[in-house]
Design a protein around this ligand. Structure first.
Ligand code: NAP
Length: 240
């Protein structure tokens, strides 16, 4: 699919699970040297070994010093993918402000710190891919206003950075609800009921898969004229 990823160095924050893992697997299949970064070191090491990735790192994207440490011995990066994050949910008048700030820390500020840590090690003919989500377009009243704002901010950030970092390309993937471990991590025992209620309303009557979202990440990396774009992989969820 993307022979131009052959032997390119691809660093994926969030590459140890879900969408990021699927992107990492597909980038590797396209010939890339993949380094997967996760929160949990043991998990990252195991996933990298299971999938034959070139390397793994552990970092907490809300702690800049751990981002810098994870990247310190990587000589250059052709494609950087920033998908690490959690589902930060809480109503503005109820949740702890420090918790709500996490939505921006995991996205905007993690991206700022990662790009600054890499500096000129980022290849000029390479790309950066961010994550947003359907909430950026379709908010709800269930305590997701701050996460929706952080997601929409990533899309605007990518457009600005595409100019600021040119000729490095900068894009955002906006997935609809995708069947990954994040759902159970977030919803616990309510996962199945939530999925059943949601899928009834969706045009495709199902969630997206990690592979479908991961393929879009690889497309954004490997298509040299995709720039400043937000690519929606949501099965038409924004239409209903
Ligand atoms: N799934 C969806 O429906 C959906 C929809 C829209 C947007 N998104 C966004 O897409 C991204 C990936 O989601 P996913 O569904 O693939 O989730 P996932 O399966 O839970 O994977 C999350 C990944 O991020 C890493 N991570 C989480 N917090 C981190 C931190 N503080 N520092 C470093 N790494 C961290 C995890 O590492 P460990 O495995 O070591 O914990 C894991 O690799 C998230 O930002 C999520 O908000 C997801």
């Amino acid at each position: 699919m993307s022979s131009n990823l052959q032997d390119r160095t691809v660093v994926i924050f969030g590459g140890t699970s879900g969408i990021g893992l699927a992107a990492a697997q597909q980038a590797k299949a396209a010939g890339a040297q993949v380094i997967a970064v996760g929160f949990n070191a043991e998990g990252a090491e195991r996933v990298a070994a299971e999938n034959g990735f070139t390397g793994w790192r552990a970092a907490d994207v809300t702690r800049p010093e751990t981002i810098a440490a994870a990247l310190t011995d990587i000589p250059h990066v052709d494609h950087l993918v920033l998908l690490a994050g959690t589902f930060v949910a809480g109503k503005v008048l109820e949740a702890e402000v420090d918790y709500l700030k996490r939505a921006f820390d995991e996205r905007i500020w993690a991206a700022v710190h990662t790009l600054r840590a890499l500096g000129d090690r980022m290849a000029k003919d390479g790309s950066v891919t961010f994550i947003s989500g359907a909430l950026a377009d379709r908010p709800n009243a269930q305590g997701t206003a701050v996460l929706a704002a952080a997601s929409a901010a990533m899309e605007a950030f990518a457009r600005g950075l595409a100019l600021e970092m040119a000729p490095v390309r900068v894009n955002t993937l906006s997935p609809g609800t995708t069947d990954t471990p994040l759902l159970a991590r977030t919803l616990g025992a309510h996962r199945d009921a939530y999925v059943a209620a949601l899928t009834e309303k969706l045009p495709q009557r199902r969630l997206g898969t990690a592979d479908e979202a991961g393929a879009a990440v690889v497309f954004l990396m490997s298509n040299g004229f995709m720039n400043g774009e937000t690519l929606h992989v949501d099965g038409g969820a924004r239409l209903v």
